[in-house]
Design a protein around this ligand. Sequence first.
Ligand code: HEC
Length: 255
Amino acid sequence: MLSGGTPSAEPSASKEVAKTSTSSAAPALAAEVAPPPPPRPDPAYVVAAKSRRKIPFWAMATLSLLPVWAFFYLLAVSPQEREASGPMAIGEAAYGACASCHGAAGQGGAGRVLHEGEVLKTFPHIEDMLNFVYTGSQPYVSANLAVYGNPDREGGAHAPLSYNGNAMPAQGESWGGGLSNYEILGVVCHERYAIGGADPKSEQWAAEYAMWCSEDSEIFAALEAGSVDFETLAETFSMLETPPREVGTQARPSK
Ligand code: HEC
């Protein structure tokens, strides 16, 4: 082998050659400077931690929706939201079709004034009002009835077409109206208790409210389920402590 004698075998090699020949100088330099120790390899669990993706990119977007979710969650479980069924809520929605004539607050317009107790004077009993809203005033004219509602009304009985010559349009289905029976009950509850001035907590109105317009009204539930109608409900509920009066779907004198 010649390798052992190689450095000394070229004593005469000119310095020029040594300078220009980096290929031969490099090994000498590398031998003098100790190479840095190779970095110790990370243990497997560090490698895993470094290569794992940190927080997924969609996490911030998802987390930022948390308050929105919380808002709707609270809205869904809040008691106000649960009240969105039942006669008063159904009636408030249905009254939109009446407001154009009777005013949003029942102050009147093309249709009669309902607020400040006016509608309660005409209909001391809810059954007669349900009947009138079902038929409207035209069937009263056809049946030659001089009056609808209470004939002894404070301030004077109301004759059909006596307000401005126009009829109250029928709401019940058999007269071509667009409301179901339970919607008519709802809208009548709204007119009596939300805008008409009847106080559901008063001695005068508490029993009527509980029976017809409260969330637990069995009559409303039965109308909504379709198991009774305005013709049959008086008989069906005759076992109640204070049984309901006849409602009916034909023009008739108030009882
Ligand atoms: C196109 C206008 C119009 C609309 C819509 C209308 N009404 Fe009437 N309403 C009248 C008129 C007019 C009278 C008076 C009837 C008469 O003189 O024969 C009246 C009378 C009434 C009365 C009797 C009030 C009283 O004290 O004599 C009630 C109750 C009533 N309307 C309820 C309703 C309800 C409930 C709705 C909605 C479902 C409704 N009205 C929609 C025009 C309207």
